[in-house]
Design a protein around this ligand. Structure first.
Ligand code: SF4
Length: 162
């Protein structure tokens, strides 16, 4: 079966900043469990960040800007967490490269895992178009990243290949 990296918080692990988890809609989760080999991973926890932790946002820019040294990731406590966020992204890429993973389903909106939306850096709950740091690094290296809301697109891609 094709291996797919999946955000740990999407499969019930309470590793988000507030020690909660998210979920994948049941039909899509069932399809994933039946058709792919899920490799569960949390970039932020892999980099040694604690749970719970301060919510963090990219200031000011997107994941690609953090990778290029043009923006930072900062917690709402004012602490700069750019280094662990980049380490977490590198850990995700290393895992994908070791296991020849070409697809990922990552949690939308996260400064690490978001793939089409992230928060704007003001901590006011405002979302902007853009991807998180881990997603940006994976995509830069040819890995296709989907979110819990776009699993149908992954399904379509994999079905075309089979
Ligand atoms: Fe979930 Fe990704 Fe945040 Fe970890 S870094 S809690 S996997 S969204």
């Amino acid at each position: 079966m094709v291996k797919v990296l999946v955000s740990s918080c999407l499969v019930g692990n309470k590793v988000r900043y507030n020690a909660s988890c998210l979920s994948i809609p049941e039909p899509e989760l069932h399809w994933l469990k039946s058709n792919v080999d899920l490799v569960v991973f949390c970039p932020e926890v892999s980099a040694g960040l604690p749970t719970p932790r301060a919510p963090a946002e990219i200031i000011t820019g997107k994941g690609v800007d953090v990778l290029d040294g043009l923006a930072n990731v900062v917690g709402n406590d004012g602490i700069d967490v750019t280094t662990p966020f980049v380490s977490g992204a590198e850990n995700a890429l290393e895992l994908c490269q070791k296991q020849q993973i070409k697809y990922a389903v990552l949690a939308e909106g996260s400064p690490s895992c978001g793939s089409s939306k992230i928060y704007d850096g003001t901590f006011n709950g405002i979302k902007i178009d853009g991807s998180g740091v881990a997603t940006a690094l994976l995509e830069r290296n040819g890995i296709k990243v989907y979110s819990q809301h776009t699993i149908a697109k992954l399904q379509s891609t994999l079905e075309k290949q089979s």
